[in-house]
Design a protein around this ligand. Structure first.
Ligand SMILES: NC(=O)c1ccc[n+]([C@@H]2O[C@H](COP(=O)([O-])OP(=O)(O)OC[C@H]3O[C@@H](n4cnc5c(N)ncnc54)[C@H](O)[C@@H]3O)[C@@H](O)[C@H]2O)c1
Length: 208
């Protein structure tokens, strides 16, 4: 039952064109937040934003300039930013680790880890300058806590997200900027269906 817990807040959610991000944006809007849907996927992102009376901005979370544009948009349209959900994520198909290409390695590290670096590097100075409380929420994964074979570098990227979040929480908590990470187990979303993050073993269990 919505209770307007986010009334007066502005939340930017990356990867909100689909899956968990869309769910998070929907819940935040129900709770009264103004939402900014930041995703690579233009058509789906615009659709979600219009359903939630929010704003879409085409964002590649691996690009600093896109984070700068996101902050500028939040300030122009809403005059503030309060919550950042680093939800956009990427993986490669579950496979023997010696077969992971450099391109796949760079993709998981850039989308899942460097995005967090850019989000803090660009947005923390805004919160500090305005002396404004802020909240960063990273969508990590149980793979970052209890990794299994076949997804070594995806798991490592989520482990890095969790460790960075703990370090950032301890560094910026005293300045009223909170950092939290959420580690889902599994959801049947695009990343799961396209890339089979949990591999054949999980699919077999799921199929009963
Ligand atoms: N689905 C699962 O089983 C599962 C489990 C644990 C953690 N997660 C994590 O949850 C998060 C959300 O994934 P999902 O399951 O909803 O998958 P999804 O594929 O439905 O959503 C991912 C979204 O991220 C966007 N995206 C990808 N690269 C981007 C980039 N460079 N810049 C901006 N947007 C980009 C995609 O366009 C897509 O809309 C990810 O971080 C994923 O690692 C998923």
């Amino acid at each position: 039952m919505p209770s307007n817990r986010l009334e007066g807040k502005v939340a930017a959610i990356t990867g909100a064109a689909s899956g968990f991000g869309k769910g998070i944006a929907t819940k935040f809007a129900q709770e009264g937040a103004k939402v900014i849907v930041a995703d690579l996927s233009q058509e789906a992102g615009q659709q979600v934003a219009s359903e939630l009376d929010g704003i879409f901005i085409r964002t590649d979370v691996t690009k600093r300039s896109d984070w700068e544009a996101l902050l500028a948009l939040a300030l122009k349209e809403y005059g503030q930013l309060d919550i950042v959900v680093n939800n956009a994520g990427a993986s490669y198909s579950n496979k023997a680790t010696e077969g992971v290409t450099e391109q796949e390695f760079d993709m998981v590290m850039n989308v899942n880890v460097k995005s967090i670096y850019f989000s803090t590097n660009v947005l923390v100075p805004y919160f500090l300058k305005e002396n404004r409380p802020g909240s960063f929420i990273q969508i990590a994964s149980t793979a970052g806590i209890r990794p299994r074979g076949g997804l070594a570098w995806y798991s490592a990227s989520k482990g890095a997200a969790i460790t960075a979040t703990k370090a950032l929480a301890s560094e910026y908590g005293p300045k009223q900027i909170r950092f939290n990470a959420v580690s889902p187990v599994v959801g049947i979303t695009g990343i799961y269906l396209d890339l089979c993050v949990y591999g054949p073993a999980w699919s077999a269990i799921n199929a009963g």
